[in-house]
Write a new protein. Structure first.
Lengths: 309, 297, 252
């Protein structure tokens, strides 16, 4: 059993880093913000951390925190202008941001070593650290979804007009979701840098952008479980079907198209809804057509209500 | 030297404009951002190259091959990636995701088929003739390209504004339900628009392949990014916007590469996009965004 | 009798074409006021003008005596304006309870940070709001369905959820935009009972409908709109017999 983990350690590392990235993407999409900027913030976090460790001799833990701070700072700067945009404009603006960061990392050779990337980053982040961080983030996001913040996000995403009519300040929530996304991506980037000896600009380009989007599309963009499921599936698919590794992009593309048409909520979220619906159908089959049942029963159920995380 | 770069920029910019035109047409009529448009462009280039390499066809035929291939590929894209979503009334987000997926597939196939090689047109594909005018070097190829672009644009504008066919397209662009009431079949019109858009992209592909003498499975991606800048600068859905912005970007890029560096030129183009989106998202000629936030209208 | 909502000579033009012109009306607290008219009369435009979706071309809107003509929708919502929509706009995948909870937004006191981190104050408030939401559900006879996915319920149930969401905000002005469209008489009647109860609690209710019959028994005062102008107003029995009103409905 232990052998299993060691052999596949790098795969698990990948799944967890991808999970963090996917959660970064999920937060904005849940709020209805069409941001594709995760790869850009991850790049900033990774390079920030790597440079501080290799060039300035910072202790890795501090450097990772700094990486997260840089990602957060960038998203704070962009949040205000971005919250004035909608839909495709947000997508294109964040896409341009990713491209700008990519250009900077590729061409600002004195700082980033260009296309060669930064080498010799001490690998201090292992499976244990990644697991703990991921669990903390999941717990945080689940909690976030449970209270008014999560509810507000859902209303904004479904129908902005309704949100506005309920007094919700849409730009404010968009900004917050965007900043959370930047922070998470920056964290993921920093952790990734200290988990792999080298980072290169190419890792944070359109390949990552599409991958991260695909994970959330596949798994689901309205619950944390969706992001996790998507990350797990897309990270392991090339491993399980080694023979398809060549065709990885094609498979990913086909999956995206199929899922968005036939299972638009994503695999995990569709499953959650289906289970919920089945349970209520069974309940009504047992109890007959629904009218007011004993109030006390309902109160008990509602007090630890199954609010979606 | 400066003027020379301007000319080069205009030539490249006009082809960019052609490509962006197809993109903006799709948006104007269907409200779709076709993220696979770059791959259509690339496959058009492949088709044109194949016509020349495989059949020793003259350049004119290659251009035609590119147009047809691009048009057909675009229609296929509509059938597979967009129509199922339209039928289900899916939101904008879904269409973009679907086209990203389709793009991946098209790229992967092209990569396999071409073995990731960078291919070139044979030397004799186009006569290398250079004119010297006022101390500037103008290639015959460049003149031909500009001629082709002008012809295409003129043809498109004529078709859109002076024919029944174009009237139907504009009706659907204005309002699909209204067009339906007038007896217009939106499905057919959509298909036609996809074909035209793809044909323009495919043609642009062959032209760019000739200008830079390079055909490669990844050639579409930088172009799609340019197209974003162009259509947003020019205004989503605006024809003159796409063309004028195309010229501007072509010139800016060429000057950037000549006087700064290739990498920086890229970054400059994107910073420009960023600034435009933030300052004036509707661009030079675009209609006031339907995509803006909920406020008193 | 306090006038919660007053429109003074309100107009809205679209490119020179008046959708609404010279409209003045008043909606008092504790009563149900009706705004009726044939399709295309401009009723939806009026709703949008009141709720901050459209700019006024002319005139003023006063809420509780205060000029709110230029305020944006979230501000109006926070000032106590609630509305329902013609087409159902719920979060389909969320539970009935969550949908109704969203309506409490303007009353939430705990800050963002507390909510983000699940601090005790946020938990306590959410529990309190859940209890209040459950009370609302019981009143509407949907307590048993609290955890059902809103999208899986019947049209009648979904309409009620929308109503509960609007009431959760404890508005001073409630705009009902064709709330019983597509319902059978029994369902409509049961909702009518709820409207009366709500008005009885002091809320000013503006009911927008084009179904004359439904409106007759419910409203204390009617305004009739046709082609963007007020053609009649007064008690329902009087308005119902007004030849201009009859003609507007028949001619439309």
């Amino acid at each position: 059993m232990i052998d299993f983990f060691f052999t596949y350690e790098s795969l698990f590392d990948l799944i967890l880093v991808n999970a963090l990235l996917a959660m970064s993407q999920y937060v904005v999409l849940r709020a209805g913000v069409f941001s594709l900027g995760t790869a850009g913030f991850a790049a900033l976090g990774a390079y920030g951390c790597a440079l501080l460790v290799t060039r300035a001799g910072w202790p890795p833990a501090l450097a990772i925190a700094a990486g997260m701070a840089i990602g957060t700072a960038a998203s704070v700067l962009l949040a205000l202008p971005l919250s004035r945009l909608r839909g495709v404009f947000q997508a294109v603006a964040t896409l341009a941001f990713v491209q700008i960061v990519l250009s900077a990392t590729q061409n600002w050779v004195e700082l980033t070593n260009g296309a060669l990337g930064i080498n010799g980053i001490p690998k201090v982040v292992g499976l244990g650290t990644l697991t703990v961080v991921t669990l903390l983030v999941v717990a945080f996001l689940v909690a976030m979804g449970r209270f008014s913040f999560g509810r507000a996000l859902d209303v904004i995403r479904e129908d902005e007009t309704v949100a506005v009519s309920l007094g919700i300040s849409v730009p404010r929530y968009h900004r917050i979701a965007f900043i959370m996304s930047g922070a998470l991506a920056g964290l993921a980037g920093g952790l990734h840098a200290c988990n792999s000896y080298t980072i290169t600009p190419g890792e944070f380009g359109f390949q990552m952008l599409v991958n991260v989007l695909a994970m959330v599309v596949l798994g689901g963009r309205t619950s944390v479980w969706g992001a996790l499921a998507g990350a797990a599936i897309l990270s392991t698919l090339p491993e399980l079907f080694r023979v398809f590794a060549d065709y990885r992009n094609m498979v990913q593309g086909v999956l995206m198209m199929l899922v968005i048409v036939y299972l638009p909520r994503g695999v995990a979220d569709s499953f959650i809804v289906a289970v919920g619906d089945r349970r209520s159908r069974q309940a009504s089959a047992v109890h007959g057509p629904r009218h007011e049942t004993a109030v006390s029963v309902v109160h008990a159920a509602a007090s630890d209500a199954g609010v979606r995380p | 030297m400066f003027l020379q770069q301007i000319i080069n920029g205009i030539v490249v910019g006009s082809v960019y404009g052609l490509f962006a035109l197809g993109f903006t047409l799709l948006f104007g009529v269907n409200h779709i951002m076709n993220m696979a448009h770059g791959s259509v462009f690339m496959w058009g280039a492949f088709a044109g190259l194949y016509a020349v390499l495989g059949f020793e066809a003259p350049v004119g035929v290659a251009l035609l091959a590119g147009m047809v291939a691009g048009g057909l590929m675009s229609v296929l894209l509509d059938l597979v990636a967009f129509r199922p979503l339209r039928r289900r009334g899916a939101p904008e987000f879904s269409a973009i995701v679907s086209s990203i997926g389709a793009n991946l597939v098209l790229l992967a196939v092209a990569q396999k088929v071409s073995n990731t090689a960078v291919m070139r047109f044979p030397f004799d594909a186009f006569p290398v003739v250079v004119y010297r005018v006022f101390g500037l070097r103008i290639q015959l190829l460049q003149l031909v390209i500009m001629g082709v672009v002008l012809l295409m644009v003129a043809g498109l504008v004529h078709a859109l504004y002076r024919t029944e066919f174009g009237r139907r397209i504009r009706a659907v662009a204005f309002s699909e339900p209204t067009a339906r009431l007038l007896g217009i079949n939106p499905t057919l019109v959509n298909m036609q628009v996809f074909f035209i858009s793809g044909a323009l992209a495919g043609l642009a592909g062959v032209l760019i392949g000739l200008v830079f003498n390079s055909v490669h499975f990844g050639m579409g991606e930088p172009l799609l990014l340019r197209a974003f800048v162009i259509v947003i600068l020019g205004g989503l859905g605006s024809i003159p916007g796409a063309l004028i912005a195309g010229l501007i970007i072509g010139i800016v890029q060429t000057l950037g590469i000549a006087y700064v560096s290739a990498g920086m030129a890229e970054a400059i183009v994107f910073l420009a996009l960023f600034v435009v989106i933030l300052v004036r998202p509707t661009g030079l000629f675009g209609q006031a965004g339907a995509t803006m936030r909920v406020r008193r209208a | 009798m306090t006038q919660t909502l007053v429109l003074e000579n309100v107009a809205r033009h679209f490119g020179g074409v008046p959708a609404v012109d010279g409209l003045s009306l008043a909606v008092p607290a504790g009563r149900i006021t009706g705004l009726i008219g044939p399709n295309g009369a401009g009723k939806t435009t009026v709703v949008n003008l009141i709720t901050g979706m459209l700019h006024l071309s002319a005139g003023r809107v006063l809420l509780g005596g205060r000029d709110v003509s230029r305020e944006e929708a979230p501000e109006l919502a926070r000032a106590g304006v609630a509305r329902t929509f013609q087409n159902i706009r719920l979060v389909a995948d969320a539970s009935v309870l969550d949908n109704v909870l969203a309506g409490f937004h303007r009353h939430e006191k705990t800050g963002l940070m507390a909510n983000l981190f699940g601090l005790p104050s946020a938990r306590a408030e959410t529990a309190r709001l859940r209890a209040e939401a459950m009370t609302l559900l019981e009143r509407f006879g949907m307590a048993a369905l609290a955890l059902e996915r809103a999208g899986s319920l019947s049209y009648g149930h979904q309409r009620r959820i929308e109503m509960m969401r609007a009431l959760a905000a404890q508005p001073s002005l409630l705009l009902l935009d064709e709330p019983v469209a597509g319902m059978n008489d029994a369902e409509a009647e049961s909702l009518a009972g709820i409207f009366r109860a709500v008005a009885g609690e002091g809320v000013a209710v503006l009911l927008i409908e084009h179904n004359m019959r439904f409106v007759m028994s419910l409203c204390s005062h009617l305004y009739v709109l046709a082609s963007g102008r007020l053609i009649a107003e007064g008690a329902p029995e009087v308005v119902g017999r007004d030849p201009r009103v009859v003609e507007a409905y028949l001619g439309a």
